[in-house]
Design a protein around this ligand. Structure first.
Ligand code: ADP
Ligand code: MG
Length: 254
């Protein structure tokens, strides 16, 4: 049975989508059955796995607003399965307003897919609005990418406040799956200080392997490839493969 994991951080540009795409591919490469549900209207995770959203018959919007079954929306790729997203999802926040149990639309849609996967990731938009709320209600846990920069911890306290509220009111079982340090530069004291502080805030939750700043990670999406397919020998590829292995060891599945 799949664990459903929302990749969340209300800050933009911290590596959510990069992590969604590359962790999906890295876990799939270890033999796990992985689905990535793209829940950001920007649809960068969709194109990052080489899927052309214009050719996809259904997208995550259709799951939450048109009652299309999630199974029908799944597209298979060499690097894992994906439920694509598209710009129409941006309007969903408004369209959901009149909908009964609007926070649970994504949960209801994804639940039937649990048996088919080991991991279902949800790539969230950079906000804590209704779309992210839907992801947090659908998820068993959250994976939080943290960019090693000065304001990292400030944003994290807002996120933890939201998670506490979700736990109280909407999804009592939600927990922290893991915290991933991104754009890490081990040569600077600064990156190390941020890493240390994040580890202090989330004892036992921060992956031993941090994701370095690596140009291959930034280049791969324009080729529609995860980094392990674009340049397997890159430091970015090695880092995501190492995190995938950490995750599987922790889950006892490796
Ligand atoms: P988010 O989804 O949180 O907004 P992205 O994953 O889209 O963040 O990353 C923001 C930008 O930074 C993208 O252009 C991406 O290619 C780049 N990027 C992400 N992680 C790294 C990294 N470890 N090294 C270099 N560039 C990165
Ligand atoms: Mg993103």
């Amino acid at each position: 049975m799949a664990q459903i994991i929302a990749i969340v951080n209300q800050k933009g540009g911290v590596g959510k989508t990069t992590t969604a795409v590359n962790l999906t591919a890295a876990l799939a490469a270890t033999g796990a059955r992985v689905l990535l549900c793209d829940f950001d209207p920007q649809a960068n995770a969709t194109s990052g796995l080489g899927v052309d959203k214009r050719k996809a018959p259904y997208a995550s919007y259709d799951l939450i607003l048109d009652g299309v079954s999630a199974e029908k929306a799944v597209i298979h790729t060499d690097y894992g399965d994906v439920i694509p997203s598209g710009a129409e999802l941006a309007g969903a926040t408004v369209e959901l307003i009149g909908v009964d149990k609007r926070e649970y639309q994504l949960k209801n849609a994804l639940e039937p897919l649990r048996a088919a996967y080991d991991y279902i990731f949800i790539d969230c938009p950079p906000s804590l609005e209704l779309l992210t709320l839907n992801a947090l209600c659908a998820a068993d846990s959250v994976l939080i990418p943290v960019q090693c920069e000065y304001y990292a911890l400030e944003g994290l306290s807002d996120l933890m406040g939201t998670l506490r509220a979700i736990k109280r009111r909407l999804n009592p079982k939600i927990s922290v799956f893991g915290v991933l340090l991104t754009m890490y530069d081990g040569r600077t004291n600064f990156s190390n200080q941020v890493a240390q502080e994040v580890r202090r805030h989330f004892p036992g939750k921060v992956y031993a392997n941090a994701i370095p700043r690596n140009v291959r990670l930034a280049e791969a999406p324009s080729h529609g490839l995860p980094v392990i397919a674009y340049d397997r020998s890159s430091r970015g590829a090695a880092a995501y493969l190492a995190v995938a292995e950490e995750i599987r060891r922790k889950d006892g599945s490796l």
